[in-house]
Design a protein around this ligand. Structure first.
Ligand code: NAD
Length: 293
C-alpha cells in the first residue's frame, strides 16, 4: 500500500509515520513543509528507511503535489499537515487560511484529478483521510458528548480554518463521489509534541522553575487522547472506514486544564523534587483568558 502522508515531521505525523512503517505492506511518501512546527529530528531514525521517502514541500504547491501523485501513485492520502496552534492563529490568521483552507483545497483537487485517472479496483480502494479537530464544534455543555453530525461552531481562526477544510472534504464526497473520510480527534498527548502545547510547555517551564500560566481559572476542559491510540484509530479508518463518513476519535479522558497541570506538578514533585521540597504547584499562575476560549 502506497501512502501519501502530509505533515509527517509534526507531532501526530511523526508518530503516524512510525505506525505506518511498522506495517510491512506500507510504502510512504512523507510531504512536510518543515514550518517551525516540523522537526526532522522527530523522524531522524526513519529517514534512511527503504519504505519511506521524505519530501520537503508545501501541500499548497499544486505542481509539486500533482507530481507526487503522478510519480508515486498512492492508494491513500492521510492529510495531517496544518497550522495548529490556536494562540498563533489569533496573532497571524493568514497562515492558517493559507494552509488549512487553500492547502487542503489544493491537495484535495490534485487527489481528485489523480483518482479520476484510476479505474476498477484501484479507484474503488482509493481513500483520502482528512484529519480534523474537535475544536470545530466549539464548546460543549458539561457532560454532553459530541456526536458525528453535531453542528460546527468554531471559535478561533484555527478551528474556523480546520472547519473549512472539513467542509471541502465533505463536499468533494457529496459532489464528486470522491472517497474522502474525516476523522475528528480530541487533544493528543505523547512523544514528539512541539513544546508550545500545554503538556510539554508546562513540563519545560516547571523544570526551569518558571511560572505555569493557566488561562482564566483553569476550569476549561479538554478530552485527552494518547497519540499512538489516535494513530491506531487512523489506521482502522484507513482500512475499514466508509467514504463520506466522519469518525470521532476520543480518549474518554476529560480533564480541566488545572487538573492536568496539577497532575504534572505532582509527578515532578516525585521525580524531580524542587530545592527546599516546595511543590511545583506553587508555580501555577492564572492569566487573562484567551479570546474566544
Ligand atoms: P503539528 O503542528 O505538530 O504538525 C504539523 C505539521 O504540518 C508540521 O510538521 C508542519 O511542518 C507541517 N505543515 C504545516 N504547513 C504545511 C504545509 N503547507 N505543507 C506541508 N506541511 C505543512 O500538528 P499536530 O499536532 O501533529 O496535528 C496534526 C493534524 O492533526 C492537524 O491537522 C491538526 O489540526 C490535527 N489535530 C491535532 C490535535 C492535537 O491535539 N495535536 C488534535 C486534533 C486534531
Amino acid at each position: 500500500m502506497r501512502i501519501l502522508l502530509t505533515g509527517g515531521a509534526g507531532f501526530i505525523g511523526s508518530n503516524m509515520a512510525r505506525c505506518l512503517l511498522s506495517r510491512e505492506e506500507c510504502f510512504m511518501v512523507n510531504l512536510d513543509k518543515l514550518t517551525y512546527a516540523g522537526n526532522l529530528g522527530s523522524i531522524a531514525d526513519l529517514l534512511d528507511h527503504h519504505r519511506h521517502l521524505f519530501v520537503q514541500g508545501d501541500m499548497g504547491d499544486s505542481l509539486l503535489v500533482s507530481s507526487l501523485f503522478r510519480n508515486h501513485a498512492p492508494s491513500a492520502v492521510i492529510n495531517l499537515a496544518a497550522e495548529t496552534h490556536v494562540d498563533r492563529s489569533i496573532d497571524h490568521p493568514a497562515d492558517f487560511v493559507r494552509t488549512n483552507i487553500n492547502g487542503t483545497f489544493t491537495i484535495l483537487e490534485a487527489a481528485r484529478e489523480y483518482w479520476n485517472t484510476l479505474s476498477g479496483q484501484e479507484k474503488e480502494a482509493f481513500r483520502f483521510i482528512h484529519v480534523s479537530t474537535d475544536e470545530v464544534y466549539g464548546p460543549n455543555e458539561k457532560g454532553e458528548h459530541l456526536r458525528e453530525g453535531s453542528a460546527y461552531a468554531p471559535r478561533s481562526p484555527y478551528s474556523a480554518s480546520k472547519a473549512s477544510g472539513d467542509h471541502l472534504a465533505r463536499a468533494y464526497h457529496a459532489t464528486y463521489g470522491f472517497p474522502a473520510i474525516i476523522t475528528v480527534s480530541s487533544n493528543n498527548y505523547g512523544p514528539f509534541q512541539f513544546p508550545e502545547k500545554l503538556i510539554p510547555l508546562m513540563i519545560q517551564k516547571a523544570l526551569r522553575s518558571e511560572k505555569l500560566p493557566l488561562y482564566g481559572d483553569g476550569s476549561q476542559t479538554r478530552d485527552w487522547l494518547y497519540v499512538e491510540d489516535n494513530c491506531r484509530a487512523l489506521l482502522s479508518v484507513l482500512f475499514r472506514g466508509t467514504p463520506g463518513e466522519t469518525y470521532h476519535i476520543g480518549g474518554s479522558c476529560e480533564k480541566t486544564n488545572l487538573q492536568v497541570v496539577s497532575h504534572i506538578c505532582h509527578i515532578l514533585d516525585t521525580l524531580r523534587p524542587r530545592v527546599g521540597r516546595r511543590s511545583y504547584l506553587d508555580l501555577i499562575s492564572f492569566v487573562r483568558d484567551r479570546p474566544g476560549h
